[in-house]
Design a protein around this ligand. Structure first.
Ligand code: C2E
Ligand code: MG
Ligand code: MG
Ligand code: MG
Length: 277
């Protein structure tokens, strides 16, 4: 009986692997097709200075409009793109597009703002990342000062030396790096004080549920950022109360539905034209 069970168990395991594999191949084909057929675009979410309440930048967020399935959220397709390796091309495309778009806004005469681009672990850990970014900046004509990269805590766990080199390379180039979803990963505080990081981005989780414990965590993150000469931004700010709390704690920047959802580039123009007023 045991043998039988083991065999069945093994069978089940094997078939679920091949199912997953098939699904992945299919997804990869779909992702590549989507990329070829321009089904991706980028939305931009305003980032606001908490004191002046003026626009200071946009986060670039990738969107996939599938012709039959509708919008597929990045939380679904980014992990797949990572698994299949397509993230390299897709990521390069987002970087180039976001830089191009930001340069376009500057050419229109709007006051310059930053654009933040999310990098997946695979992208960040590629050997020639600094050179690639330098090339993209040169090609698009965007000054490095107006590009920011968002990485997550998880990738800082491994390859300490390599990460240090990459971060210094980026800093020398003039590109700033922030830690996204801060507080949910495995940051080592030792690295945090040594890595050239410009900003911590407090995860939405601590903002959305404003119970005492979360507020205490938010306070500590803000305090720690400033002590380490970093800026701090809160993401997922949806209410006036959350905004006021963050302001009272001297948070520097905020991003969230309270001000705006991620929008089309054309709608972003409206935000830009308001800075001048
Ligand atoms: P993220 O970088 O932490 O981006 C913030 C996410 O929170 C976005 O979800 C944004 O739409 C959402 N958000 C912003 N404000 C609010 C709010 O007030 N309330 C709520 N409930 N949500 C808010 P989105 O666009 O679905 O992206 C999810 C994740 O996918 C991103 O999280 C990022 O990790 C990843 N992603 C998106 N675009 C890219 C990309 O171009 N490259 C890479 N590698 N990852 C990306
Ligand atoms: Mg982000
Ligand atoms: Mg985030
Ligand atoms: Mg996230």
């Amino acid at each position: 009986v045991i043998k039988q069970n083991q065999r069945n168990h093994y069978k089940l395991f094997e078939s679920s692997i091949s199912e997953n594999f098939k699904e992945m191949l299919q997804m990869e084909t779909e992702l590549r097709k989507a990329f070829r057929e321009n089904q991706f675009d980028i939305h931009y979410q305003p980032q606001i200075d908490i004191q002046t309440e003026k626009l200071i930048g946009f986060e670039a967020l990738l969107r996939w409009h599938h012709p039959e399935k509708g919008n597929i959220p990045p939380g679904v397709f980014i992990p797949l793109a990572e698994k299949t390796g397509l993230i390299m091309e897709l990521g390069d495309w987002v970087l180039r597009e976001a830089c191009k778009q930001n340069k376009r806004w500057q050419k229109k005469g709007y006051p310059p703002v930053k654009v933040s681009v999310n990098l997946s672990a695979k992208q960040f850990l590629q050997k020639n990342l600094v050179q690639r970014i330098a090339d993209i900046l040169k090609e698009t004509g965007l000054s490095p000062h107006y590009l920011e990269l968002e990485i997550t805590e998880s990738m800082a766990v491994s390859n300490e030396e390599f990460i240090m080199d990459t971060l210094h390379g980026l800093r020398n180039l003039g590109v700033h790096v922030s830690i996204d979803d801060f507080g949910t990963g495995y940051s080592s505080l030792k690295y945090l004080s040594q890595f050239p990081i410009s900003k911590l981005k407090i995860d939405r989780l601590f903002i959305s549920d404003d119970k005492k414990q979360n507020q205490a965590i938010v306070k500590s993150i803000i305090h720690m950022s400033h002590s380490l000469d970093m800026k701090v931004i809160a993401e997922g700010v949806e209410t006036k109360e959350q905004l006021e709390f963050l302001r009272s704690q001297m948070c520097d920047e905020i991003q969230g539905y309270y001000f705006s959802k991620p929008v089309h580039p054309e709608e972003a123009d409206r935000w830009l034209s308001q800075i001048i007023k």
